[in-house]
Ligand binder design. Structure first.
Ligand code: SF4
Length: 248
């Protein structure tokens, strides 16, 4: 069904080789593919491969990726990743899960994206925020931990479907089964979905949802503090600012 709905589903980060997809995927954390696709052309023009990026000045990289959010950390990660690729792998992006996960800023999800979409290797299933949410809604997994969800999906799916299934689920999560308002009326999966038309959807267990909830709570806390705060008392003049006593 998802195959019919999204026969051409692919990763939506623009790239032409594994290096570019690895960098783009690291940058996409807590951002959107659309935003990252506006950043990477200039980044890849200046740093076309791991060797170039390994020698980059962090401040120069930061300027180019500022729109991605958390740009200082991300600059550190992609430069560190490139340096590790140069020193450990001769400048070539490695082709195993273990080696990829040994690079700075790279965990299983990022490694699965690169292995599946840039190298054609079905090593695992990409479990991002959409796959996490939809796996709960479709009752494909009862877990909240991405690695456990991935193992559940790997057990259900034939190996050749690991990569395309994840892309299709991600596309479905972006277009129909939206986090806040799933469009069950127009969902091809509705006849088989245990959460279809449910007044309350299963709690979104993704780390991103948790992060968003924390941000909302922090904003609420700040707003409440501002709303209830009294007019601040006028500052007393500090001792240092008192006029000096005249000497006798
Ligand atoms: S039926 Fe509704 S909850 Fe189930 S997958 Fe479709 S949109 Fe999501």
């Amino acid at each position: 069904m998802l195959g019919q709905a999204y026969p051409d589903a692919v990763v939506e980060l623009d790239h032409t080789n594994p290096y570019q997809l690895l960098v783009a995927t690291i940058l996409a954390a807590q951002s959107t593919d659309k935003t990252i696709n506006t950043i990477t052309p200039a980044l890849f023009a200046k740093y076309p491969d791991a060797n170039a990026l390994a020698a980059a000045a962090p401040s120069e990289v930061e300027k180019l990726i500022v729109k991605s959010g958390f740009f200082r950390n991300k600059a550190k990660h992609i430069i560190g990743m490139a340096q590790a690729v140069v020193t450990r792998h001769g400048g070539e992006i490695p082709r195993t899960m273990e080696e990829l996960c040994g690079l700075p800023g790279v965990a299983r999800k990022t490694a699965n994206v690169v292995l599946g979409s840039a190298m054609g290797l079905d090593v695992g299933v990409v479990v991002d925020t959409h796959v996490t949410r939809l796996s709960a809604r479709l009752a494909l997994s009862t877990h909240t931990d991405p690695v456990k969800i991935e193992h559940d999906l790997m057990a259900i799916l034939p190996k050749a479907q690991w990569t395309p299934f994840a892309h299709r689920l991600i596309w479905h999560g972006r277009r129909v089964c939206i986090a806040k308002k799933p469009d069950c009326d127009h969902c091809t999966l509705a006849p088989h979905c245990p959460s279809a038309f449910a007044a309350v959807q299963p709690k979104d267990p993704s780390p991103r949802a948790e992060w968003n909830a924390k941000q909302r709570a922090a904003r609420k806390g700040t707003a409440a503090a501002v709303a209830t705060s009294k007019k601040p008392a006028p500052k007393s003049r500090s001792v240092a600012k008192q006029p000096r006593a005249k000497r006798a």
